[in-house]
Design a protein around this ligand. Structure first.
Ligand code: FNR
Length: 315
């Protein structure tokens, strides 16, 4: 492989070479048999297009908004922990790359850098991801610190470990006035419950296949969630997005945007901030080309009719 990667997958190999095995395995791995890990990417490959050609695609506009915040493309950086394992600058480098690409970064509760360090390093639009910790005051303090430092939304990850009492926490906006996205929804039932407690958005996610093996690949359940939500709030998706065509497929099935997890870590490990920028720019370039070749000048033009009706096998 040439040292300058030509697609996002090639960054994985560069990261493997750049990192101690233990760190690479931590980033790369999934739960147990890693069935869901494989399926997250394979399920995208089973979807094929219905491209339209008699459309003026001389100008392609990928820009969109997420919770009202403008972004250059429907691509966000997913929250992943411990970026300093990949690069000494850690989340600061990732945030700078997000700013340079004009995209939104979700910063993990398990970040190595502080919210203050990230906030003062660049003007990227940032969301803050957290869990409902057993000690609720820990969650509250972290959320309020993020809010004070200009983070624009809270992404509450609910697939780790129990879900029971968390609805009450979402209802009790004692803690923050920021909009809350719930991350980790895989069914219509949970999407409806989340809406009932007033969340601002839903992230269809199986935690990058790191939690419950044999969970469905996220792209196979996106449409179910989108139908349940009925356009009332935005639905995002992550898990296995490695190509611009994957992003197009997710948008055609109703996602507002996708989030990227491991490829960002691989880019960071291989080439620091520049590597993260390259990962996002590659995905943007591929999405732009896919839109042009499918007859979609704007993201709003991407519809269900651009995919063949046979959906990836339901799991
Ligand atoms: C994650 N993910 C994650 N999610 C979250 O809500 N909080 C976190 O701290 C982390 N940490 C984390 C670390 C590592 C190393 C990985 C790979 C993932 C899950 C992440 O937000 C996202 O859901 C997936 O990474 C998306 O799948 P892909 O793009 O990695 O296939």
């Amino acid at each position: 492989m040439a040292s300058e990667p030509v697609n996002v997958n090639e960054f994985q190999e560069l990261a493997r070479r750049a990192l101690p095995k233990m760190y690479f395995d931590f980033y790369n791995g999934g739960a147990e048999d890693q069935h869901t890990l494989r399926e997250n990417t394979e399920a995208f490959r089973r979807i094929t297009f219905r491209p339209r050609v008699l459309v003026d695609v001389s100008r392609i506009d990928m820009s969109t908004t997420i919770l009202g915040y403008p972004t250059s493309a429907p691509i966000m950086i997913a929250p992943t922990g411990m970026h300093k394992l990949a690069h000494p600058e850690g989340e600061v480098a990732t945030a700078r790359a997000a700013a340079a690409c004009n995209t939104i970064m979700a910063m993990s509760f398990a970040a190595d850098c502080t919210v203050e360090e990230v906030a003062s390093s660049c003007n990227a639009i940032r969301f803050f991801q957290t869990y409902v910790c057993k000690r609720r005051d820990v969650t509250a303090v972290s959320v309020q610190r993020a809010e004070r430092n200009g983070f624009k939304a809270i992404m509450l990850t609910v697939d780790t470990p129990r879900i029971g009492r968390r609805e009450a926490d979402i209802k009790n906006k004692s803690v923050t006035s920021l909009p809350i996205l719930v991350k980790g929804v895989l069914t219509a039932e949970d999407a409806i419950k989340a809406m009932e407690v007033g969340v601002a958005g839903i992230v269809v996610s199986n935690h990058g296949a790191r939690q419950l093996d044999y969970s469905p690949a996220t792209i196979t359940v996106l449409e179910e969630v989108v139908r349940a939500v009925g356009g009332k709030i935005p639905v995002l998706i992550d898990g296995g997005v490695r190509r611009g065509t994957d992003i197009f497929k997710a948008l055609a099935l109703g996602a507002q945007a996708v989030m990227i997890g491991r490829p960002v870590l691989y880019g960071l490990a291989a080439k620091g901030e520049y590597g993260v920028r390259r990962v996002i720019d590659m995905l943007k370039d591929e999405l732009e080309l896919t839109m042009a070749l499918s007859g979609c000048p704007t993201v709003k033009d991407i519809t269900r009719s651009h995919e063949r009706s046979r959906q990836p096998e339901q799991q």
